[in-house]
Design a protein around this ligand. Sequence first.
Ligand SMILES: *Cc1c(COP(=O)(O)O)cnc(C)c1O
Length: 230
Amino acid sequence: MLKENLESVEAKIQAACERAGRKREEVTLIAVSKTKPVSMLKEAYDLGVRVFGENKVQEIRDKYEALPKDIEWHMIGHLQTNKVKYIVDKVRLIHSVDSLKLAETIEKEAEKHNCTADILLEVNVAEEESKFGLKTEKVLPLYDKILQYSHINVRGLMTIAPFVENPEKNRTIFADLHKLYVDIKEKNIDNDTVSILSMGMTNDYEVAIEEGATMVRIGTGIFGARDYSI
Ligand SMILES: *Cc1c(COP(=O)(O)O)cnc(C)c1O
């Protein structure tokens, strides 16, 4: 099942890239393995997957220990400041920075661990009450503040679009985030570090790619439905 799912997702990513006149290499697939057992991640690893996304600190720590070290771990979930220390030197990218307080903590912990943290700013483009993320107008001010930190690199933006039956409904959200991304890229023209736009999940990643996503985060489409009862 995993093999067929991966092939099907890969084919859809390729087709979306073609429709948008983009190169396949411009889009990184993140296999979102939250709640799934290590054995299933190992199976995906054996099929060639090296980029995994998780949303819980404890789960990243456990899976990091249990699986090969050439895996890139992506923290895609809400991050509490008191847990930054456990993952700051283990994850390739933190997708979910949405406050100055969190950025300050990442700066401090990265310095302690002698590393530089690559992060994305999470934007709540749709302004859903239930979601984390910055309002659009708060993004540039926070970006400017973080620029002064020496142990954080802001690499781009992330959003979680609403769950909708028809993914076309999220197209304007993706287009809006892309616009903001281009603005930030232009501000940052001297040191070309802003290059990641993380948007699109199982239900809407094809539309997200058409609107410029450089990372798509796909869970259900690869690993099947999640069971939260266990
Ligand atoms: C769970 C999750 C995903 C993957 O969701 P699917 O709909 O299963 O593809 C992507 N991004 C974030 C932030 C998530 O928490």
